[in-house]
Design a protein around this ligand. Sequence first.
Ligand code: PBG
Length: 342
Amino acid sequence: MTQRHTTLGRFPTTRLRRNRRTGWSRRLVAETRLSVDDLIWPVFVQEGRGTRTPVASMPGVDRLSIDLLVEAAKEARDLGIPALAIFPETDPKAKTPDAREAYNPGNLVCRAVSAVKNAVPDLGVMTDVALDPFNSDGHDGIVRDGYVQNDETLDALIKQAVVQTEAGADIQAPSDMMDGRIGAIRRALDDKGHVHQQIMSYAAKYASALYNPFRDAIGSSGALQTLNSVRDKKTYQMDVANSDEALREVGFDIEEGADMVMVKPGLPYLDVVRRVKDRFGVPTYAYQVSGEYAMLRGAADRGWLDWNKVLLETLLSFRRAGCDGILTYGAVDAARLLTAKR
Ligand code: PBG
């Protein structure tokens, strides 16, 4: 196979630059396309009315109060973006070691979901299933005896997935990396009759240093630094060194009932995306995470990179690697560029 490819054509009879010479020809031979249909827009919500707070480590990204989030959701719908992923900044006073605010049906994320779905019913809404926005330890699970507990955390995640579903969310996205969570959540949803609720599993999520700006945005960075806390997420998120293990994670989650799977972070992990897509052929997504956004935007704001170009180049690269869609903080900018006349 490889042999044949290397002997397929010879210079000067073959000139690979021929097909690249004109714009129309480059369009004609393009193997991959990026469209607004491929985008999921992650957004941050805060308490209040008419307020927005810039996230310092994510230039151009603001946390929005629910009323402004609804306006943003309308804009996303008008641009043709299929779905939002909503993340809450929880009042520190509501955070406890058992993270019970996660399954309070009146919590900020549930109120935000209902408001968005009421105003813009045809826009998909996805919510995270993980305890970190609600946990005084800043972890995705319940910390006891210096360890993030697995099975005890599942009980809380189930309740969280149910309240978020009942608030009107369309997709539950477990991002906590506990073992067995997809099956537990699927069973709980089905038992309550929510058989159409979709699950996008953060199946291969790595213990990456690229999430810090996100933790600033939802206010979990401080909590992670508390004295009684384990300070990193390496006992549950995956080791950056591994990719065979990613296939095991994805395989488990599909068997447990995941409708879609995700690899996270994005750009440095496209090898994992390719392996997942080739092996399983299921709807596969990647998350261009906060640290990736900060790198590109930070450089662009200094005039070192062209934001529009690097944004579209990176998103197209996700598609080339096998992604069916991408979660990106640049979704609105990308949608505007993609819908603008060529
Ligand atoms: C937490 C969660 C994280 C992100 C999405 N859900 C952070 C973490 O695992 O610490 C990261 C998103 C980003 O960095 O943009 N459950």
